[in-house]
Design a protein around this ligand. Structure first.
Ligand SMILES: *[C@@H]1O[C@H](CO)[C@@H](O)[C@H](O)[C@H]1NC(C)=O
Length: 264
């Protein structure tokens, strides 16, 4: 860009991961709310396709299921003026459930509760985090990450894309081509389960890779992005990825794919 500012910010937007797990954030207490009752929690987590930085080589095979959401099925993204009329606090859970007509104990109520808990949590050490409940607060966080809108900051927005018709089954994917995407700051936006759009936006030290992958059963090819978390020592020791990978917190970079982004 015009002025040679050294900063570069990588924006990653993705949907639907959090319907499975609060991935890669170490908030393991969320893992007790399963989406499918009776399912082995490890099964759900396995579909996320965790792997370590040592697995980043051409020919590596990882089982993953990519979820796509139809943009027309997404709830509305509110303006700040409208969002300010709604309580957004775990302390007001019962009122909120009532307001949106969600039955206590229903799946949607459990997911909304999980979102509120998640958003109430303090960021882990070295993490910057916010839950944006409106378009304005989303933009505010994004521009604060960009250095307060300072002129000359270079940023890129990236997303995982299917190269053909999207397939959403659990299958083995082979790594075909791996490139590191260099960026000192990585900001990720996770869409949360809630009656209206809530983005959990956070920034952590991590490495990002672009990997071309292809499915072994159904030849679903993707140009996919992977984030590898550098410091996992702050994650809860019972984080599901440690169990799946048989590794200890803080010993190795843990990576996972971003699901395909649907424009909103
Ligand atoms: C993936 O590959 C492994 C090793 O070859 C195999 O055991 C497993 O059943 C495969 N998974 C799927 C979903 O095809």
């Amino acid at each position: 860009m015009a002025k040679g500012f050294a900063s570069c910010v990588l924006f990653i937007m993705y949907l639907s991961l959090l319907t499975l797990y609060s991935i890669g954030n170490g908030y393991s207490q969320h893992h007790n709310h399963q989406q499918d009752d009776g399912d082995d929690p490890l099964d759900g987590a396995r579909k996320v396709g965790f792997f370590t930085v040592d697995d980043l080589y051409v020919g590596k095979v990882v089982g993953i299921q990519f979820y796509t959401r139809d943009p027309s099925s997404l709830p509305p993204f509110l303006s700040k003026e409208v969002a300010n009329h709604f309580l957004f606090s775990i302390k007001e859970l019962l009122l909120i459930l009532q307001l949106f007509g969600m039955a206590l104990g229903s799946l949607e109520a459990q997911l909304a509760e999980r979102t509120l808990r998640f958003c109430a949590e303090e960021p882990t050490k070295g993490e910057q985090k916010t839950c944006a409940t409106s378009i304005e607060s989303f933009i505010e966080f994004a521009s604060s990450m960009l250095g307060g809108g300072q002129y000359g900051v270079d940023f890129r927005s990236i997303k995982t894309t299917h190269l053909g018709k999207p397939v959403s089954i659990y299958q083995n994917y082979t790594f075909l081509d791996i490139k590191e995407v260099h960026s000192p700051i990585v900001v990720a936006f996770h869409i949360m389960d809630y009656p209206y759009i809530v983005y959990m936006c956070h920034s952590q030290t991590s490495r990002v890779y672009q990997i071309k992958i292809v499915g072994q059963n159904v030849g679903d090819a993707l140009n996919a992005f992977v984030i590898c978390h550098i410091d996992t020592s702050q994650w809860a020791p019972d984080h599901i990825s440690f169990k799946l990978l048989s590794v200890k917190p803080g010993t190795i970079l843990i990576c996972h794919f971003f699901g395909p982004h649907n424009p909103v």
